[in-house]
Design a protein around this ligand. Structure first.
Ligand SMILES: [Zn+2]
Length: 67
């Protein structure tokens, strides 16, 4: 790995950890508009960021490690 790629990987690792700390692992709860009431997300596009964060494999793996 080049030095620049290594720095970028470190930044990605930091972001993954940050997202894992921010994400609420409680399940989303969508109302009839498709808005997430559990996380007060009033949009359908993009979907609730908590749902999207949990779909990132690295984030899910980080959360499992912390359990
Ligand atoms: Zn949600």
């Amino acid at each position: 790995m080049t030095e620049q790629a290594s720095v970028q990987q470190d930044q990605v690792d930091q972001l993954i950890k940050l997202i894992a700390d921010l994400v609420d692992t409680d399940p989303c709860w969508y109302d009839h508009h498709g808005y997430c009431q559990a996380h007060f997300w009033m949009a359908t596009e993009p979907r609730c960021p908590h749902a999207r964060a949990m779909e990132i494999p690295e984030v899910a793996a980080t959360l499992e490690e912390e359990d």
